[in-house]
Design a protein around this ligand. Structure first.
Ligand SMILES: NC(=O)c1ccc[n+]([C@@H]2O[C@H](COP(=O)([O-])OP(=O)(O)OC[C@H]3O[C@@H](n4cnc5c(N)ncnc54)[C@H](O)[C@@H]3O)[C@@H](O)[C@H]2O)c1
Length: 367
């Protein structure tokens, strides 16, 4: 079996990996000549992935997997996906759409042998077998087993439904997670006002089986990245339900509250020297799309503080990638663990022991 992967970013790499794992021959194409020359330069360890990038594309693939971006806003503009489909659908017996689609998007945009299999594994988990696979089909034209089987293995549960249900399900997961994070942050704000330590509350919530061990109940800076805000904005844009707008505005105002808490702890921000640890939108990755940690850093600078930015993964001007232990030697008015990458754990323990810290954070980075 032979697959062609269109768009060699995070999801393209994950897709090629799944096919290769299933023993398919995999070829790839990206519109960006730099990516085309050297697929997957973006930091994830894709060692061992063997994808041939041909000079000229063929017309006889068993599956063409489209993994191009959809815009990070609420407009649901699927033009890039539509164009990629027009340009490449004829090359394969089946087309697999991996790019996120809005509800009704597949039926309005595609025709022919099309399967919608959105990526639901988060950045950083792309090489993990996820316990769930969502598969959207045209019920009158079901794909053969071998075309979809690379997307699930024995340990994953495939949920196969019509396109609309799967589009809704993909977005619903992210809306639910964004909601959970926002509730945790709001509870944390209330806990502060009552003098209660929210980390105890978090333990209680996790211990309740109806909420669960893996629930997103850690308070922090708020949700960011390229999926949660985009998917929630889509819902807010398309429905009359006021909850979705409220979640978005609460996520914004929460960051202001965090800044106020830092300001209060320091007796003002002007002229203060702060070290922001972690800039990625979540631990363990280098992605800064809609990063709350970046927004926090900008907010602190906007209020007159001097901010030293550090992240072990994010490269960029003015961002230090020094070893975390070296930072513990420097002198700041406050260290703020904005994105708790695992690299900070030891350093944080040292800071705590020497009582050098003035602020701390949990998974999503709240002081
Ligand atoms: N990254 C994630 O964790 C994740 C998770 C779930 C869903 N998604 C969704 O998957 C899709 C892809 O996301 P990504 O993170 O891989 O994006 P990305 O930006 O990392 O990669 C997309 C790649 O597609 C290429 N491209 C753009 N237009 C093209 C075209 N016409 N032909 C060929 N190549 C083209 C770009 O050059 C880029 O290399 C998006 O719809 C996104 O919302 C991403």
């Amino acid at each position: 079996m032979k697959a062609l992967v269109i768009g060699l970013g995070q999801v393209g790499a994950a897709t090629a990996w799944l096919y290769q794992k299933a023993g398919w021959e995999v070829e790839g194409y990206d519109i960006d000549p730099d990516v085309q020359k050297k697929p997957w330069p973006k930091g994830d360890d894709w060692g061992g992935l063997d994808v041939y990038v041909p000079e000229k594309l063929d017309k006889n693939y068993d599956a063409v997997a489209i993994c191009v971006p959809t815009p990070v806003d609420e407009t649901h503009n699927v033009e890039i996906v539509r164009d990629a489909f027009k340009a490449h659908a004829h090359r394969g017996k089946w087309v697999i759409i991996r790019s996120t689609m809005p509800v009704l998007g597949c039926q309005e945009t595609f025709n022919g042998n099309v399967v919608y299999i959105p990526e639901i594994r988060p950045v950083g988990y792309m090489k993990t077998v996820w316990p769930l696979t969502l598969i959207g089909i045209n019920p009158y034209d079901r794909p053969p087993h071998e075309v979809i089987s690379p997307y699930f293995s024995v340990s994953t549960v495939p949920i196969i439904r019509d396109y609309n249900t799967i589009e809704f399900a993909k977005l619903a997961i992210n809306v639910y997670l964004a909601c959970s994070i926002t509730i945790a942050n709001s509870l944390d704000e209330c806990a502060v006002s009552y003098g209660v330590d929210y980390s105890d509350i978090e333990k209680v919530l996790r211990a309740d089986p109806r909420i669960g061990k893996g629930a997103f109940v850690q308070a922090g800076l708020g949700f960011g990245g390229s999926c949660l805000p985009k998917d929630l904005e889509g819902f807010a844009h398309d429905t009359d339900n006021p909850l979705f707008d409220l979640l978005l505005s609460t996520n914004e105002s929460h960051l202001d509250n965090v800044i106020k808490r830092i300001e209060l702890a320091l007796g003002g921000l002007r002229g203060k020297h702060l070290c922001v640890l972690g800039l990625a939108f979540k631990p363990g990755c280098d992605c800064i799309v809609d990063s709350r940690a970046m927004a926090l850093s900008e907010g602190l600078v906007g209020r007159g503080a001097y901010v030293f930015e550090h992240d072990p993964y994010v490269k960029g001007s003015g961002i230090s990638n020094a070893r975390p232990e070296e930072l513990a030697e420097l002198d700041f008015d406050m260290y703020i663990l904005a994105t708790p990458h695992k690299e900070y754990f030891e350093m944080w323990a040292d800071l705590e022991e020497g009582r050098k810290f003035s602020a701390w954070s949990n998974q999503w980075g709240c002081v």
